[in-house]
Design a protein around this ligand. Structure first.
Ligand code: PEP
Ligand code: MG
Length: 574
């Protein structure tokens, strides 16, 4: 039976494909007690899962070592197989089933948490790292117990794609799926969650916040994902599929018309040139930056280069990656944001467990807590600065001493490179992101220490309104037009202009045509967005009369009634 479900449109476009249900093993573990008469069967289920994962790992090892006989992968797999025999993990979990009558999945996750805690206390960094292996082994076991649907089908007979259906997807999952899928839909998530941003960057149509969609679907069912309207249509009639095929073709036509603007300068009606920069996650995005002829990269999210792995790459690997991005930018500026790790962007296998991760050890806080890792990144960035116009940008600043400490580390990295006679840009600009109200309100202390600013509206809205950007339950409260948000953004732009320091917006607001005139009216002259949005925003700019918008914006900023603000902004857009 056909039905439609409404969610949040987070990545435009239309996908038509078959459902692939993804289990998020460790998140979906139920907790229940096993009746005594079913205990034997539960223990057997547990033992079967252990045996099955062992077989799976052995198979993986054969494939890996045949392809690369001397690689370390074989040893890593052996280590994970040894864990399947480790009494501290396996026997103890089994005892939890026997003694406490826990279901097998819950017993495993409980035991995993206690083992991981023990690992965390270990001084030796190598052994401490091994906690990721424990988590991965348990994840495999739990997936097997839950009946993992298996690997993605590569190609379907009817030529349609695959639509991923999940409770939630981490940015790493999204990246991992990128080559195979037509679209995705999830139970949870918000429009500026990092997963949604990745989907937009990859150009994958997506709808999130569909609540219980995963429970409503069967594997392989036909789905239409309308990422523009935020609708998922399950088991559509033939006529609906045809209608959507036509709509998809029309969208493609519109996109190809926009392409004609590629080489038109982004100039307003009154002759002001606006800078249009791209947000990128890695070298793979640079082709699209070229396609749209962006003025450079306003935000390189460096953490996405490495987020789907469990350890960060060494200095040389980072250097090569940054260098290839600078090379692809062909002399245009690239603002590399130092790692924004933490909150929803954790390394694979990380079990960092904070009660309030968005307010915890994230971004510059995480980097300063790991000075060795930070220094490695700074050295790699500085080395790559010899090959292009690089700028370094620090995320989530709140305190002046976070800048001081970062600048000290940059100085140390420079000193080391000078001693090693390695070239770098001595005058590399260092900037910061304004993403927390405290930074916007005490801007002078940042202006005094930095060379440029970029406003991260995604986080600025989250932290100003106390609304988790990834939580669909509060998404209606996430309002870019809240008068407090508008005051912080316009105040930041004006203060930066008074101090004559460059300022840009690199949050999702910069790439949404709803806000283009509003931001221009606040005085913004530099926008950074995912490359797929650049031409549409350029179209808005070409129609803008700055003198008129600026005076209307002054009046809007005096309003504090949400309905009147909304009305005025709609009128501004004509
Ligand atoms: C922002 O917060 O607006 C931003 C650009 O950074 P991110 O979305 O990566 O947190
Ligand atoms: Mg941010």
């Amino acid at each position: 039976m056909s039905f439609a479900v409404h969610g949040l449109p987070v990545s435009q476009g239309i996908a038509i494909g078959h459902a692939h249900l993804v289990s998020h093993a460790l998140l979906e573990v139920n907790h229940y007690k096993i009746a005594p008469r079913h205990l034997e069967a539960e223990l057997e289920r547990f033992d079967n899962a252990v045996a099955s994962v062992d077989g799976e790992l052995l198979g993986l090892k054969t494939v890996a070592t045949t392809a690369q006989p001397h690689s370390e992968v074989g040893a890593f797999i052996d280590l994970q197989r040894m864990m399947l025999e480790d009494p501290v993990l396996i026997e103890a979990a089994r005892n939890k089933i026997k003694e406490h009558h826990y279901n097998a999945e819950w017993a495993l996750v409980q035991q995993m948490e206690s083992v991981v805690e023990q690992f965390r206390q270990i001084e030796d960094p190598y052994l401490r790292e091994r906690k990721a292996d424990v988590v991965q082994v348990v994840e495999r076991l739990v997936k097997t117990l839950l009946g993992d649907p298996g690997p993605l089908p590569q190609r379907r007979k009817d030529g349609l794609g695959t639509v991923i259906v999940a409770h939630d997807l981490s940015p790493a999952d999204t990246i991992g799926f990128k080559d195979h899928i037509a679209g995705f839909i999830t139970d949870v998530g918000g429009p500026t969650s990092h997963t949604a941003i990745v989907a937009r960057n990859l150009g994958i149509p997506a709808v999130v916040g569909l609540r219980h969609i995963r429970d409503l679907l069967r594997a392989n069912e036909l789905i239409i994902v309308d990422g523009t309207r935020g609708i998922a249509i399950i088991d559509p009639d033939e006529s609906v599929v045809e209608e959507y095929q036509l709509r998809r073709a029309a969208l493609e036509l519109e996109r190809s018309k926009l392409k004609r603007l590629r080489d038109t300068p982004a100039t307003t009606l009154d002759g002001e040139v606006i800078q249009l920069l791209a947000n990128v996650s890695g070298p793979q995005d640079m082709a699209q930056v070229k396609e749209t002829n962006a003025d450079g990269v306003g935000l390189l999210r460096t953490e996405f280069l490495f987020i789907d792995r469990d350890t960060l790459p060494d200095e040389d690997e980072q250097y090569e990656t940054y260098r290839s991005i600078l090379k692809a930018a062909s002399g245009r500026p690239v603002s590399a944001r130092t790692f924004d790790i933490g909150a929803d962007k954790m390394l694979v296998g990380s079990t960092q467990d904070e009660p309030n991760p968005a307010l915890g050890l994230r971004a510059v806080r995480y980097s300063l807590a790991e000075p060795k890792m930070f220094l490695t990144q700074l050295r790699a960035l500085l080395r790559s600065s010899a090959h292009g116009k690089l700028r370094i940008m620090i995320p989530m600043l709140v305190h002046a001493d976070e800048i001081e400490q970062t600048l000290t580390l940059i100085e140390k990295a420079k000193e080391e490179l000078r001693e090693e006679k390695i070239k770098f840009d001595e005058k590399i600009p260092i900037g910061g992101m304004v993403e927390v109200p405290a930074a916007a309100l005490a801007l002078n202390m940042f202006i005094r220490r930095l060379g440029f600013l970029s406003i991260g509206t995604n986080d600025l809205i989250q932290y100003t309104l106390a609304v988790d950007r990834g939580n669909e339950a509060v998404v209606r409260l996430y309002d870019p037009l809240h008068p407090a948000v508008l005051k912080l953004i316009s105040g930041t732009i004006q203060a930066a202009q008074r101090a004559e320091i460059p300022v840009s917006v690199c949050g999702e607001m910069a790439g949404s045509s709803t806000y283009t005139l509003l931001l221009l009216g606040m005085g913004l002259r530099s926008f950074s967005m995912h490359p797929a949005r650049i031409l549409e925003i350029k179209q808005q700019i070409l129609r803008a009369d700055l003198a008129e918008i600026t005076s209307r914006m002054q009046r809007i900023l005096k309003l504090d009634e949400p309905a009147r603000i909304r009305e005025a902004v709609e009128k501004l857009a004509g």
